[in-house]
Design a protein around this ligand. Sequence first.
Ligand code: PMM
Length: 326
Amino acid sequence: MSPSAHRVTSVTSGTPAGGLPGAARPAGAARAAGPGRGAGPPGLPAAGRCLVMGVVNVTPDSFSDGGAWFGAEAAIARGRQLAAQGADIVDVGGESTRPGAQRITAEEELRRVIPVITGLAGEDVPVSVDTMRAEVAAVAVDAGAGLVNDVSGGLADPDMPRLVAQAGVPYVVMHWRGHSHQMQERAVYADVVGEVCEELRRRIDAVIAEGVDPSMIVVDPGLGFAKQPEHNWALLVNLDRLAGLGGPGHAFPVLVGASRKRFLGRLLAAPDGTPRPFAGCDDATVAVTALAAAAGAWCARVHEVPGNADAVRVAEAWRSAALEAR
Ligand code: PMM
């Protein structure tokens, strides 16, 4: 299919696009179970349910698990453990995106992630690389990464979409409004769902124009990235709008990264308003995973795997029963 056939010319509203698996079902069935999921991009695990992506941050300062897996041996062991616990993909990142974080050099990022990707891929663990740099993505793909997870959706490095197109690997296009030091001031929206969809649509068109195959694109609302808590919740209940950016005949797989984010800590704040610490948000993460998976999310990116691996199975049983009941 030609890239232009997939260009999205307008942002769709509420109803998911035709071509979602749900679209072939009786009227109302898809609505009952949420949008369809589709098989996901080629080359990645297809489990017939929402996938679980386990996170390994090889950083001293990520907001949720900074320092815990800083060092190749510890990071490889953690990735191995996540896979054994049921992660379908292990996401390896070397650069912190916590609000206010300063960037590291490409050399330092490579030094952090490549030994870990090499080690895990060598053990046949499906690996993605969490990077905004084409230079890092290129080496990571050579080392065995099967997916490029770019939180900037190609905005941070203009060479990224072309590199991904040439490598022929799936590409996560996340909604992003700027680097960590400036993103909080950009969390201003009149209509968060409409604006995120419109900005993502422009990124999708741009990366397709650079040669990325539409079937390789995964979209992500970018929870916590230039978002206030109310923005995150609005996006979570409108995942079908993101999937529908593919237009008639193509639903984009949607990745959701809610794990341990501040909006969960704020939701679970103590009576005096003190946010719940990150590590205390894992049960809330599992709840979001279950709801997002039941709504048709393709993948949940999480720091702790076991509860989420159970949640996606519960959600799939829920979806199946909802469809059976129709
Ligand atoms: N969030 C973080 C890092 N990478 N990638 C995607 N696709 N989606 C996200 O929401 C996302 C991400 C920040 O969380 P972390 O640094 O605690 O892992």
